[in-house]
Every structure is written in structure tokens, then in C-alpha cells.
Design a protein around this ligand. Structure first.
Ligand SMILES: [Cu+2]
Length: 391
């Protein structure tokens, strides 16, 4: 009898080894996106949203804190081919790595979970791993950022603010006339890809006048996260007159920190560069896009810094980390979040009707939802973070 109890206990412990997630994201996958280009044209992209929505490029930037248990609830809303989420560079186990042959795929109208612990702070990528060359080019990618404790990007290197620059390109002909899966829409489908001749060059899905100005104070160290998820090489040139220090590579601190004035990124690579206080001079980062075979520069984009001394001394450029409890909720919902306050929130029914909205004023806020009927709701915080709650 005693032996049976021990065996049952062991099974219980193993099946609960992951347990409750510290942070979770509800990601929906689509083939019905619409992405606005800098010249007024649009492309119909594939992509990801947090909750229901129409995706643009890239997918939402997912931010978690080092050490957190992360759950991605991923729903495939697209017709045809299945999709996955590959967590590029993260130390996840094989079952949660989104490579179809060794993990699982998510067919049309199904929802599955990826679970892992964000063990190492760093800059990572996520992308679909089904017919990857095609699905990634069509927009199924985004940044996954594991924030370090105490803004220490590498031992001894602290930042006031960080910015994420995700580089890619788009060949509009691939979007206008999507290469067909000639053997059907399965994971192992064959398809004929045209020669890749990109005509749009992106930083966070933006080009030219669309590119966001990076707002910072003149007196702070800024940490630049760089990733290349395109098919060309990037040559990144840092502003003259200030110190750029290369401190991390592919999600790990480099053993030797190096002062640089430029940096090459091949597809899939990520780097972290610390810029010494910006000062008040006009500064910008130049990003060159180089053909992978010839090394020839085909294009350049510019990311400009703007100085605003009224900004809070320490802040994160884009935040999506959110935790809600309890779930299901009886009457009072607690929202823990790492947004810069105040931030707007909205609770909508599964039919999309807004039932409650307001402003979140603190990093831990209690909201009374006693008056809502029992059911499933979507809580949206800020512009691109959402969570499912049950009452
Ligand atoms: Cu896909």
C-alpha cells in the first residue's frame, strides 16, 4: 500500500513540473494580414496578433523577465497550412521548440501551448517553422525579449532604456502572388520560390519616414537590441562621437566587451550594443542591407534619436509583460504589469463587445468585475498585450 502511494505521488510531481505560468500570451496566427508600406501601398501578410486582430509586420514584441515561466497559448485562425512557433535562440525543450518534425504543429482552428522558463536574459526571435522560407518572409516573425534583472544587460553594464531594432525585408512579388504549395498545404509541402529581390527594407516592419524616432534622455545609457530575421545581411553603423560597446551576442554576454563603430548581422543573429550617454547632438544609426551572395549594399535605412529630457529616468521602450489572477475570477481581478503607467485597459466579451475599460495607474492594480456575467473575456492592456480571463 505504501509503495503505491509513493508511485502515485511521483506521477503527480512529474506531471506538474511546469506548474502555473508567471506570464502568458494569447497569440493568434493568421494569413489575412494587411501591412502598410511607406509609399502608401499595402501587402497582404501572414502573421501574429495578441488576441483577435489583423496582423501587420512584425508580430508583437513579447517581453518577459528573466526566470519567469512563460506560456504561449497559440491559436491558428488561418486556413490551409498549419503553423508553429519556433523560439529562436531560447533554451526550450524539444517538444516546445516548434520544429514540426520534433515538436508539434497547430492546425486550422486549434489552440496549443508552448511552455518554457526564460532562463537567460537576452534578445531572441520567434517565427513559424512550417515552410519557413515562405511563411517567415510573409511576416510570421517577431522579437522575444527576456529582460535582465535590474537593467543589467551584461555583468556591470546597466542601461536606462532599451530599444529593439528588428531588421527584415519584403519582396512584394511574393506577397502579391504567393508561391503555391505545389504538393498541398501539409508541413512537407513543396513549393517553387521565385528569386528573392526585396523592394522594401524594414526596421520593426517600418521603412523611411515610418521608422520610429528613438526617444531618450541625453544623460542615459541606451541599450540597443539588434536582430536580423531577413534574408540579407545587415551592416549597422553607430553614431560617430559616442561609444558603442558590443556586450551580448545571441542571448549571452560576450566574454570580452568590444568598442565598435559598426557591426554585421547575418540572418538569425542578435546582438546587444550599449551606447554611452547620447548627449544633445543629433544622432542616428544607419542600417545597410547587403545582398547575401554578392555582399553588395542594396539599400540603407536610418534610425534617428530624439532627445526628451522630460522622460522618466528609467523606462522600457515597449512593454508587454502582464500577469492576471485569480483565474477564474470571482469578483476582483488583480493585474500585475510592467507597463509605464498610466496605460489604458479594456475588457471585451468573446463577441468583441467592450464591457469595461479604464486606466491602469500602478504596476499592481485591482479591478472590480463583480457586475460582469459569467463567461470568458479578453483583457487588453496597452496596444498589444492581452490575456484571457474567465469569470
Ligand atoms: Cu506558418
Amino acid at each position: 500500500m505504501k509503495r503505491i502511494t509513493v508511485a502515485l505521488l511521483a506521477v503527480f510531481v512529474v506531471s506538474n513540473s511546469y506548474g502555473q505560468a508567471d506570464t502568458s500570451f494569447n497569440i493568434w496566427m493568421w494569413t489575412t494580414g494587411l501591412h502598410q508600406l511607406h509609399d502608401g501601398l499595402t501587402i497582404k501578410n501572414y502573421g501574429f496578433t495578441l488576441g483577435a486582430g489583423r496582423p501587420s509586420i512584425p508580430g508583437p514584441t513579447l517581453r518577459v523577465k528573466q526566470g519567469q515561466k512563460v506560456r504561449l497559448n497559440v491559436r491558428n485562425q488561418s486556413q490551409g497550412a498549419p503553423h508553429t512557433i519556433h523560439l529562436h535562440g531560447l533554451d526550450v525543450d524539444q517538444a516546445n521548440d516548434g520544429v514540426p518534425a520534433t515538436s508539434f504543429v497547430i492546425p486550422h482552428k486549434e489552440t496549443k501551448q508552448y511552455e518554457f522558463v526564460a532562463t537567460h536574459a537576452g534578445t531572441y526571435l520567434y517565427h513559424c517553422h512550417v515552410a519557413s522560407v515562405l511563411h517567415v518572409q510573409l511576416g510570421m516573425y517577431g522579437s522575444f525579449i527576456v529582460e535582465p534583472k535590474d537593467r543589467e544587460a551584461a555583468p556591470g553594464y546597466f542601461y536606462g532604456r532599451d530599444f529593439n531594432l528588428l531588421m527584415s525585408e519584403a519582396d512584394k512579388s511574393w506577397f502579391d502572388n504567393k508561391p503555391k504549395h505545389s504538393t498541398g498545404d501539409s508541413v512537407h509541402a513543396k513549393f517553387n520560390l521565385p528569386v528573392y529581390e526585396p523592394d522594401y527594407f524594414f526596421v520593426n516592419g517600418q521603412s523611411q519616414q515610418q521608422i520610429d524616432t528613438l526617444m531618450a534622455r541625453s544623460d542615459e545609457n541606451v541599450f540597443i537590441r539588434l536582430s536580423n530575421v531577413g534574408y540579407f545581411e545587415n551592416l549597422v553603423q553607430f553614431p560617430a562621437g559616442l561609444t558603442a560597446t558590443l556586450i551580448t551576442s545571441d542571448g549571452r554576454p560576450l566574454p570580452t566587451k568590444k568598442t565598435i563603430d559598426s557591426l554585421y548581422l547575418t540572418p538569425g543573429e542578435r546582438y546587444g550594443v550599449m551606447l554611452s550617454p547620447l548627449g544633445s547632438a543629433q544622432r542616428s544609426i544607419k542600417i545597410n542591407y547587403l545582398h547575401m551572395f554578392t555582399g553588395k549594399q542594396v539599400h540603407a535605412e536610418e534610425v534617428v534619436f530624439g532627445i526628451d529630457e522630460t522622460l522618466p529616468a528609467e523606462a522600457t521602450a515597449q512593454q508587454t509583460s502582464i500577469r492576471t489572477y485569480p483565474n477564474p475570477v470571482l469578483d476582483v481581478l488583480t493585474i500585475e504589469n510592467s507597463f509605464v503607467q498610466p496605460v489604458e485597459f479594456a475588457i471585451t466579451s468573446m463577441l468583441g463587445r467592450t464591457v469595461l475599460q479604464g486606466s491602469i495607474e500602478s504596476s499592481k492594480q485591482v479591478i472590480d468585475i463583480n457586475h460582469l456575467e459569467s463567461g470568458i473575456y479578453v483583457l487588453k492592456v496597452g496596444t498589444n498585450s492581452s490575456s484571457i480571463i474567465k469569470k
